[in-house]
Design a protein around this ligand. Structure first.
Ligand SMILES: [Zn+2]
Length: 387
C-alpha cells in the first residue's frame, strides 16, 4: 500500500510504502509522480496514529458496562479511527469490585477473539478506586465506590485484565499508598496522581516512590483552592511528573491549557479525552455506568438536571488542534503530545513515521486550524473516515 502526504515532522511530501502483510513501514521516500497512491495526496498531512490513554467510552459504547460486547468494542474502535485515534487504553473507573473485574474480563476476552481489538487496545487505565473520597477531588466517581488501596485487590484486577493494566491513577494521601505505589511500579505499572487533595509532601513522597504522571491535571479537584499552596501548582512544578490534559475548552479553559503546557513543556505534556459514551455521537441522553448522562449541543456532558461535568465528549484530534492553537506550539509538537509522549510514558512501541516502524498512521487535512482526519492505516489495513 502506498500512502502519500506531508510528513508531520518535516512538512515534506513523502510516499510511505506499507507492507500490507506485516503492517510495517517498508520505506519513506520522496513522492514518485509516476505512481498513484492508494490513499492521501500532497495536500494532506501524514502522521502517526493518535494514542488516547484515558477514555471511558465512545460512540455510545460504555466501557464501564460488563455487558459490552466485542462487536461494541469494534464499533468504538472504528469510530475512533475516523477521528485519528488508532490505539487507546480502555479506562475503568471506581465501582464495586465484581463489576470492575467483569469489565476487565469482558474486554480481555474480546481482545482474544478479535485481533483488531488486540492491536487497538494495548491495555487498561485503572482510574480509582483508590482515590480521594472528598467532594471535588472525587469528581464524578461514586462516593461509595472509592476505597483505601489494596494491593491484593489490584492483583485480582490485573488477573482479570490478563496483566494489561498499564496505568493506575491514585490519590497519594490515602493510608498505605506509598507502599502501593512502590509495588505497582515494581510490577511495571505506571502510577498517575489524580482525584487527589494531597499536600506538597505527599506529592513529593509519591514521586519518590515512583509516580510519573499527573492525571487530567486541573480536573478532579476542588473548585476553589489557596492560590499558591495547592496540589495543582505543586504537580506543575514537579519536573519528574508528566501531566495529562483534557484540552477541550470545558475541562480546562484555553488560557489554562496554555499555562499548563508551558509549565510542563512539550515533552512532558500528554493530551487525553477522558471521553464517555456520548463522545462521537449526536447530543442526547446516554447510559454511562450506573447513570444516564446528558450530552449538550455545546459539547458539555452533565448529569441530567445538574451543572456538573461528567466526562468529556471531545475527540483527540480536536484536543490536538486546540493545544496547538491555545499554547502556541507547532502542530507537530501537539501531535507528539498524543503520540510519542504517551507511548514513551507507558513504554509502548514508539510512534514514528520511519522505515521499519509500525504502519499505524493517519492522514488529515488542516482547515482553519481544525484537523479533519480523512484516513487511517493500521495493521496493514486502510480505513477511510468518510462512510
Ligand atoms: Zn477522572
Amino acid at each position: 500500500m502506498l500512502i502519500r502526504g506531508k510528513h508531520i515532522a518535516t512538512g515534506q511530501v513523502v510516499d510511505v510504502r506499507v507492507n500490507d502483510t506485516t503492517g510495517i513501514i517498508a520505506d519513506v521516500a520522496p513522492p514518485d509522480p509516476a505512481r498513484a497512491p492508494n490513499a492521501g495526496s500532497a495536500e494532506l498531512f501524514v502522521a502517526p496514529g493518535l494514542l488516547d490513554i484515558h477514555i471511558n467510552g465512545f460512540a455510545g459504547v460504555d466501557f464501564q458496562n460488563p455487558a459490552t460486547t466485542a462487536d461494541d468494542l469494534v464499533r468504538a474502535t472504528r469510530e475512533q479511527l475516523r477521528h485519528g485515534t488508532t490505539q487507546y487504553l480502555v479506562t475503568i473507573v471506581s465501582e464495586a469490585h465484581d463489576r470492575m473485574a467483569a469489565c476487565f474480563r469482558g474486554v480481555t476476552r474480546a481482545r482474544e477473539e478479535r485481533p483488531e481489538l488486540a492491536r487497538a487496545i494495548p491495555g487498561f487505565h485503572l482510574e480509582g478506586p483508590y482515590i480521594s473520597a472528598e467532594d471535588g477531588p472525587r469528581g464524578g466517581h461514586y462516593a461509595n465506590a472509592v476505597r483505601p488501596p489494596s494491593w491484593e485487590e489490584f492483583q485480582r484486577f490485573q488477573e482479570a485484565a490478563d496483566g494489561r493494566i498499564k496505568l493506575v491513577t491514585i490519590a497519594p494521601e490515602l493510608p498505605g499508598m506509598m507502599r502501593f505505589i512502590e509495588q505497582a511500579v515494581a510490577s511495571g505499572v505506571v502510577v498517575g496522581l489524580g482525584h487527589t487533595a494531597a499536600n506538597a509532601q505527599q506529592i513529593a513522597d509519591a514521586v519518590a516512590a515512583g509516580a510519573t504522571v499527573a492525571t487530567h491535571l486541573g480536573n478532579g479537584s476542588h473548585a476553589v483552592l489557596p492560590r499558591h499552596a495547592n496540589y495543582i501548582q505543586v504537580q506543575l512544578a514537579e519536573d519528574r511528573l508528566n501531566a495529562t490534559f483534557i484540552a477541550d475548552g470545558h475541562h480546562l479553559p484555553p488560557y489554562v491549557v496554555k499555562n499548563f503546557i508551558r509549565a510542563k513543556g512539550v515533552a512532558r505534556s500528554i493530551l487525553v479525552t477522558d471521553a464517555v459514551p456520548p463522545a462521537g455521537m449526536p447530543p442526547g441522553v446516554y447510559r454511562y455506568g450506573r447513570v444516564e448522562v446528558e450530552a449538550k449541543p455545546n459539547g458539555l456532558i452533565c448529569l441530567p438536571g445538574t451543572p456538573y461535568l461528567f466526562g468529556a465528549a471531545t475527540t483527540l484530534e480536536n484536543c490536538v488542534a486546540n493545544a496547538s492553537a491555545w499554547a502556541g506550539v507547532p502542530l507537530a509538537d501537539a501531535i507528539a503530545m498524543a503520540t510519542e509522549n504517551p507511548a514513551r510514558l507507558l513504554g509502548l512501541t514508539p510512534r514514528v513515521l520511519e522505515k521499519d516502524g509500525s504502519a499505524d498512521l493517519i492522514l488529515f487535512a488542516l482547515e482553519n486550524g481544525r484537523i479533519r482526519v480523512t484516513d487511517a492505516v493500521v495493521g496493514g489495513q486502510h480505513f477511510s473516515s468518510t462512510p
